[in-house]
Design a protein around this ligand. Structure first.
Ligand SMILES: [Zn+2]
Length: 89
């Protein structure tokens, strides 16, 4: 079996998503909050690696973009690798 590719937005495996398409319950790209309500919803799943441009837009310094091709959120970016560091309390 090859390594599972996951959607960068919802974290579902590509295989599972493909298998669900055309069934009664296709897997939508969405997140639910603590109460089980839909928190966000995307038009489509996202399997492509993130581009330099996209990562820089998220705040990653250009010299570190190669480390973050498959991150799911900006919270995975180390403070030292960001343009604007979070002020630590
Ligand atoms: Zn998704």
């Amino acid at each position: 079996m090859s390594a599972a590719i996951e959607c960068l937005q919802c974290g579902e495996r590509q295989e599972a998503i493909r298998a669900s398409q055309g069934t009664q319950n296709p897997i939508f790209c969405a997140g639910v909050d603590y109460f089980g309500e839909t928190d966000w919803e995307a038009d489509r799943h996202r399997f492509r690696d993130r581009s330099d441009r996209e990562l820089v837009r998220m705040g990653v310094l250009p010299e570190y973009t190669h480390l973050y091709r498959r991150i799911k959120s900006r919270y995975e970016i180390a403070d030292d690798h960001m343009v604007e560091k979070e002020a630590s309390a």
